[in-house]
Design a protein around this ligand. Structure first.
Ligand code: ATP
Ligand code: MG
Length: 315
């Protein structure tokens, strides 16, 4: 692969998805899984599928869940040498159930699992130009936060760039340390990819245009605004592209944001233009919501080509 190496660090977990809407994780229903998951893992898997050089730092347990995670990432081209196995902890897990209105409820088991037992040292970083991606969801757990903040500092010290999905969760933002870490990382980021719903947490009281101005007044050179079923907007150095959404049937939206970000950064790293990277990321996000399982929604360049071609003939 050409271009900088994209790395990410954070929680590795497997997810079980309830097939019945509205069961709220409270009644017996059918589930499928274990699906590979963890926001930074979905991101890095998709960046690798786009052909970028990639590596991941995280920890799994010595169990089938952990082995399936590492195997998937490796198959898809991620350098997994930064993933360690903790013999004393089990792999992180999550359960999710959807409601009829599209909202969802999660139960996460991350605390005291291998997911939080990650370590990192600057010597572990690959040689050459680096982009470190931070998924803000990881910053809520103190152990993950410490390691990610260290990684950000190490990559910046090396002259590398930071990309960030500031997927602010209300629970996360109530924690002052998490909020502060996120704010510092946002200010240090070269590429920011918030969803519209994140803007209110990040920039309370500011409208969309003012929030974008605020981001561009710091270090950010590229902004991708994720609009869910409304598509996406890409902004950089006086350019702006509003990308119309694809019409799809939403089966499982979890992971669409991470797949969007992985496509976008993975392509930018290989020199693809802002508009083309955004157009393909918008398609990757749309494909992702049609498939059950958070990382199952990730797609290959060929699948994205075919999806875009089919859309064109319909229009
Ligand atoms: P997550 O819910 O995983 O945190 P997110 O909020 O970060 O995701 P979304 O905006 O939901 O991200 O989705 C990312 C992108 O995927 C959107 O900007 C859009 O391009 C595409 N997308 C998501 N949902 C749909 C949809 N229902 N129809 C068409 N495209 C979609
Ligand atoms: Mg969403």
């Amino acid at each position: 692969p050409s271009g900088p190496t994209i790395i990410s660090a954070g929680e590795l977990l497997v997810e079980f998805v309830s097939h019945r809407k509205g069961c709220g994780l409270e009644v017996v229903s059918e589930y499928s899984g274990p699906y590979p998951s963890g926001a930074p893992a979905i991101f890095i898997d998709q960046a690798a599928r786009m052909g970028a050089a990639t590596g991941f730092y995280g920890t799994v347990g010595d169990d089938g869940f952990g082995r399936s995670l590492v195997a998937r990432l490796r198959e898809d081209g991620v350098d997994t040498s930064g993933i360690s196995t903790d013999p004393d902890r089990t792999t992180g897990t999550a359960f999710v159930s959807y409601y009829e209105d599209g909202s969802r409820t999660f139960i996460f088991h991350l605390k005291d699992t291998a997911a939080e037992a990650i370590s990192f040292s600057a010597e572990d970083l690959p040689d050459g130009e680096l982009i470190l991606h931070v998924s803000a969801a990881s910053l809520g757990a103190p152990k993950l936060r410490n390691v990610i903040v260290q990684a950000v500092e190490a990559v910046l010290a090396r002259g590398g760039r930071i990309s960030c999905d500031p997927n602010a969760r209300p629970e996360l933002m109530r924690d002052d340390a998490a909020r502060q870490a996120l704010q510092e990382i946002v200010e240090q980021s070269w590429c920011l990819m918030p969803s519209t719903s994140d803007l209110g947490y990040l920039f309370p009281g500011l409208g969309e245009a003012a929030a974008i101005e605020r981001m561009l007044s710091a270090k950010a050179e590229i902004i991708a605004l994720k609009r869910g079923a409304e598509g996406a907007t890409l902004i950089s150095q006086g350019q702006r592209f509003d990308i119309a959404p694809h019409k799809v049937e939403e089966l499982d939206p979890t992971g669409a944001g991470d797949g969007f970000c992985g496509t976008f950064v993975g392509l930018l790293a290989q020199g693809v233009s802002l508009e083309e990277a955004g157009r393909r990321a918008n398609a990757a996000g749309a494909i992702a919501v049609t498939r059950r399982g958070p990382m199952e929604g990730n797609s290959s360049p060929e699948e994205i080509d075919a999806f875009l071609a089919a859309e064109n003939t319909r229009a």
